[in-house]
Design a protein around this ligand. Sequence first.
Ligand code: ADP
Ligand code: MG
Length: 620
Amino acid sequence: MSKKHTFQTEINQLLDLMIHSLYSNKEIFLRELISNASDALDKLNYLALTDSKLKDLQFQPRIDLSFDEKKKTLTIQDNGIGMTQEELISHLGTIAKSGTKSFLSSLSGDKKKDSALIGQFGVGFYSAFMVADKVVVQTKKAGEKQAHTWVSDGKGEYEISECLKDSQGTQITLYLKDEDANFASRWEIENIVKKYSEHIPFPIYLSYTQSKFEGEGEEKKEIKEDKVEQINNAKAIWKMSKNELKDEDYKEFYKSFAHDNTEPMRWVHTKVEGTLEYTTLFFIPSVAPFDLYRVDYKSGVKLYVKRVFITDDDKELLPQYLRFVRGVIDSEDLPLNVSREILQQNKVLANIRAASVKKILSEIESIAQDDGAYQKFYTQFGKVLKEGLYGDYENKERLLNLLRFPTSKHSQSISLKTYKENMPTDQKSIYYMIGENLELLKASPVLEKYAKKGYEVLLMSDEVDGFVIPSVGEYDKLPLKDASAAETLKELGEDSVSQEVQKSFEKLIATFKEALGDQVKDVVLSASLDSPVALVGDEQNAMMANLMRQMGQEPPIAKKTMELNSTHPILEQLKDKEDKELISNTAHLLYASAKLLESGTIEDAKDFAHRLNQTILKTL
Ligand code: ADP
Ligand code: MG
C-alpha cells in the first residue's frame, strides 16, 4: 500500500528552483547527501550510548556509495539513525525546519551565490533533484521494525509505502537525468568525495566492478570483479596532530563542515592536556554566514565527547558575539550521556568556553596586525564583535582594542589606542558621537567645537553602537564621553559671550524661544561654533534612551538646547530686525536644518517648505 502526499508550497518552490535554476555547482548534491548520512551516523552513535533500548546494537558506522552506469543510478547508503514514516513526512516534505523559508527569502537571484547557500540553510536533501529526476529513499529507524520507502520525481508529490530492509539506516537512490549521467562513474564520485568529504569522520566506501582480461586471441576472456574501496581518510581532522595536517586539509575540511565554498580566513587548532583534556578547532570564515543577524541563527560549533557527536544546536558553546565562528569542541572529560539540557551549567564546558574565547580573540588580534586583512575581517564581523562589549566584561579591554572607528580627523578607521596616542596633552576624555550615518555625523556643527580645541571625535554610526558604547565607561583609564552632550561640552572650557553681546541678543532669543516652544529645552548663545546653530543634548537623556531601547521600549524624544552662533552673519543681522514673522520663520528653518543634519530627515516637511517659501519671497 502506498500513499500519495503533496509537498508543502514552499518545498515545491524550492524544488522548482533546484530543478530549473540552481545548477551552477551541481556536484554539491553528493556532499549534501553524504553530510546527511554522516549526521545520521552521529545521531545513532549518540543514541546507542544513551538510549537503553539500543544498547545491544552492533554498529560499525559507515557510508556506502555505489552506481550503475547503464541504469544511470547512484546510491548513497548509511547505517545511521534512519527515519520513521512520520519523520519522512516532516523532514522531507514540509518546512518544519526553519531553513526552507529563510533560504527562499535570502535568494539574491545570482545563481552561483544562491546555490552556495543550499547546505547552509539545511535544504541539502533537495539538491538531489538538481541531478536526478527521481529519488527513492528507503529507510528504517533504529529500534523500529518497519521500514519505509519515499519516492518522488520532485514535481509536487511524493509517495510513501512500507518496504523490507534488513538493518537500520537510510539508502537513497538517485535516477540521474541524462545530462547528469556522468555522476554514475567511479572517477567522478572519487573526485567529489576527495574534494568535499575527505574528512567526514566515518569511512565512505565505493563499490564498483572492474573488468580484467585473461588469455590471448580467441582465448581472451573478460572477467568482472566487484570491488569495494574506502575513498576518504575518515579521520576526525581535529584529533590529528597539527604537523600531520596541511593547510589544504584544514581548508577542505572547513568547506565541507561549514557548507561554505569560500576558504576560511583563519583557523585555530588547539589540543589541551592537563586537568582538562580537550581539542578545539575553530575557523573564522571569510564571508559572514547568511544568518549572522537573524535571531534564529544556527550555531556553527559542534560539540563532541570523545569523538562522539553530542550537539550542534547549543548556542552557548561560544558567546553570541562569536557566532560567526565555525568549528568543533571535543572534550575527554564530559560524560558521554551528558544531557543536552544540563550542558549549560556544566563547569567543564564553561572552562572550555572561556579558554576558547581567549584563543579566538588572540587569533583575531593576530589578524589585526595587518591593516588590510583586518579591514576585511572587520567589514564582515566588526558589528557582531561589538556586541561582546555588552556582557563579556572579562574580555572588555581586549574587545575594545579590536574596535575601529572613523573619526572627525581621519577618514580611515582607527583604534582607541591610536586615538589615545594622538590626543593633545590637555585632552582628558575620549569623545564619541553616535548618529544615523557617517555623512551626517561629519556634518555635525558640534564637531566644530572640538576641532577648535584640536580634539578628535570618534564617529559611530552602526546601530549597535548606540546600545553598547554608552555603557563602556572607560578605555585605558580614560572616560568615554558623548561629544554632543551638554555636560561633555562644558569640558571644552568657557563658551560664553560678553555681557554686551548677550544683551544685544536678548530680544532675538526671546522670539526664538516663543517660536520654537517646547521643541527645544532652551536657546542660548555660543562662541565656539562656525555653523549658525547647533543642537546639544544631555548625557543623562542619552543613557536613559539607551536603557529603554535595551528593554525594548521606544524612548521619548529628548528635547535639546539650541545654541546660536553669535558671530554668524545670519544671526548678527537677524537680531536687529523688527519683523517678528521673519524671525520666527528663521528660527523654525534653522531648527529644521539642524534636525536635518542630525537625522537626515525633517519632521514636518510641509511646514518647512511653507516657511522657506515665505522667507524667500521676503528677500526678493
Ligand atoms: P539538514 O541536513 O540541514 O537538516 P537536509 O535538507 O539536508 O537539511 O535534510 C533534512 C532532514 O532530513 C535532516 O535534518 C534529517 O532529519 C533528514 N535526513 C536526511 N537524510 C537523512 C539520512 N540519511 N538519515 C536520516 N535522516 C536524514
Ligand atoms: Mg543536510
